[in-house]
Design a protein around this ligand. Structure first.
Ligand code: PYC
Length: 405
């Protein structure tokens, strides 16, 4: 017979009241925070964990990005880290027992000048050195793969070639948050939505708890895994970081018949585009030009983006936009994340995810969980430590950030 909605199995267990103590409090119920909770429970047996989310699960940058996964970075540190993430992505639907619609499409980063071609060759060589499948391709190869694209860009800067990265993929972003949340909750993790952290308590230089909109909690470790809010959290501890917040906007068109089965990025035209399984064009651009703590979306963004999308796909001028939105990006000076231990004992940072964080969800969760369990940085994230800005060991990823700047 038919079941009523009340009798259907819940996706998550019902939320409990907050406990007075947890071993680990994770601030931020996006993909990174939920993944960290999952790996803490699964790989380290740490289950007295609370994920505190001020809004709803995946409502921050996890649900606002353009869902691209890739590992074609410029530095060895970046390539190794994101390659480990791609390997986790590839088995994640099975691991979490949910269809994430992980779809490997191939990823073209277009080069519109000889200088850009040189950077693509550089990236290809670093990628190959680390066993990552990337190669430089010429115009003919792009024309064969994307016959609908105008490689002369309507008289703008013509495409010379591209970095082609076969593992480039897209994945259903909100399913990623739900999948990690359910799998973490099944292992005993508590997830509390509508619960904002308002302060972090310390004693003798170490973390002792957090104040929340629903009362105080004591804990042994706090992991900040928020996007677009990191300075508000680190200000609670008077911990300076070089992070600045810029809005990053995106949009989708109405659905159309499938015509684009790869991911196209152009740093020169400041756009990236893929076609979703529903037929919508999913598109984004560079970060907004000024620091701003806001998720408002603007006409200027749509106008600039449309101008450049039409250069590449003239017929897209007839498509209507369905939705536009913005997220807040924690930008760092070297375009790499800030992860790991901090000068405050028991306080860990997973931050600085700028415009590049979604694809790192599985590996940041896994390496941050290992870092919290061992109380020292996992080797893959050691290069991304906060202290690199003091000792000038930057990880320059600007040339591979995918977003024009
Ligand atoms: O890093 O691949 C990326 C990306 C795509 C859109 C914004 N960032």
């Amino acid at each position: 017979g038919l079941t009523s909605p009340e009798n259907e199995p819940r996706f998550f267990p019902e939320e409990k009241p907050l406990a007075s103590h947890y071993d680990v409090v994770i601030i931020g119920g996006g993909g990174h925070g939920l993944a960290c909770a999952y790996y803490l429970a699964k790989e380290h047996g740490i289950t007295r964990v609370a994920v505190l989310e001020q809004g709803y699960l995946g409502g921050g940058n996890t649900g606002r990005n353009t869902t691209i996964v890739r590992s074609n970075y410029l530095t060895s540190e970046g390539v190794k880290f994101y390659d480990a993430s791609v390997k986790l992505w590839e088995n994640l639907s099975g691991d979490l027992d949910i269809n994430l619609f992980y779809s490997t499409r191939g990823h073209f980063t277009l080069a519109h000048s000889d200088d850009a071609m040189r950077t693509m060759r550089w990236r290809a060589e670093v990628n190959k050195h680390h066993g990552v499948d990337s190669e430089v391709v010429d115009r003919d190869a792009i024309a064969r793969a994307v016959p609908t694209m105008d490689l002369d860009c309507g008289g703008g800067p013509a495409v010379h070639g591209a970095l082609y990265h076969a593992p480039g993929s897209v994945v259903r972003h909100d399913a990623v948050a739900w999948g990690y949340a359910r799998a973490a909750a099944q292992r005993g993790v508590e997830i509390h939505q509508q619960t904002a952290v308002t302060d972090i308590h310390t004693a003798g230089g170490r973390v002792t708890g957090v104040a929340t909109s629903r009362g105080d909690i004591s804990c042994d470790a706090v992991v900040s895994m928020v996007a677009g809010y990191t300075p508000r959290i680190t200000d609670m501890l008077d911990l300076p970081t070089p992070i600045e917040i810029y809005p990053l906007q995106a949009c989708v068109t109405e659905p159309v018949k499938p015509f684009l089965d790869t991911i196209i990025v152009s740093g020169s035209l400041h756009v990236y585009v893929s076609q979703s399984s529903r037929g919508e064009l999913v598109m984004g651009s560079a970060v907004d030009p000024a620091v701003l703590h806001s998720t408002r979306s603007t006409f200027e963004f749509v106008e600039g983006l449309a101008d450049h999308i039409v250069d590449m796909f003239p017929f897209a001028g007839r498509l209507r936009l369905l939705r536009q939105w913005a997220g807040m990006a924690d930008m760092t000076p070297d375009f790499a994340p800030i992860m790991g231990t901090t000068p405050v004992d028991g306080f860990y940072l997973d931050s600085g995810w700028g415009t590049w964080g979604f694809k790192a969800t599985p590996i940041s969760g896994q390496t941050m969980a290992a870092t919290v369990a061992a109380k020292r940085n996992h080797e893959l994230i050691e290069p991304f430590r906060l202290g690199r800005f003091a000792d000038f060991q930057l990880v320059g990823e600007k040339g591979a950030a995918s977003v024009g700047h």
